[in-house]
Design a protein around this ligand. Sequence first.
Ligand SMILES: *Cc1c(COP(=O)(O)O)cnc(C)c1O
Length: 235
Amino acid sequence: MSEFAARICQNLAEIRARIADAAVRSGRSADQVQLVAVTKYVGEAEIRALVAAGCRHLGESRPQHLWEKAEAFRDLPVGWHMIGHLQRNKARRTLPLVELLQSADSQAIIEVADRLASELSRRLPVLLEVNISGDASKHGFPPDSLEAVLEPLSRLEHIEVRGLMGMASLEGGLDRARRDFAALRELRERLRRNCPDRISLDDLSMGMSGDFEVAIEEGATIVRVGSALFDGIDA
Ligand SMILES: *Cc1c(COP(=O)(O)O)cnc(C)c1O
């Protein structure tokens, strides 16, 4: 094994151990938290090393990069997660490649996704991205707007809403991140009281390299980790 492949293996083992510990602290087991490895910083060799080390869920934040990588790694047993803003004119090419659209950030894009999924005769799993930090530069549904969209979304036959996705504020450190993650979980609990049957809000995708343990303690079921996996590697 090359030196960098060994390093990726070791980074992955450490991150999995930290995920497991945080899961236990939140009263759950390691297998109740899914790791999505964000590959936007790296190329082919690093991705192959990650998959060889056991990563099965990979995430990209830019549609074009997801197209290129999904195409290049068609031979690998992986599922791709779209985690960044998806423009409507890129949906047709992106969605057939995607296992989970984590960044469903407007009713309009979800309606487009429903039509495309219908053409593909599939049901597309999505998470509703919420702008929890209120940062104007971020995408996502404003928290207060979600209650009103659940009912119309539940009528889309080719969309399967599975939960919420969010990012903590860039500033404010871990304390602020914890408050943001708790706010997303509490929003989920509030929405659940009045949630149409066809919609599940079981998944909470929150937490990145700098804050995934805090996110798991606050209830994350999916964490999206990029840079920490490639620590010590010049990609
Ligand atoms: C890049 C990115 C991540 C991973 O970030 P790291 O801090 O490198 O772990 C997670 N989520 C989204 C939406 C991203 O764009």
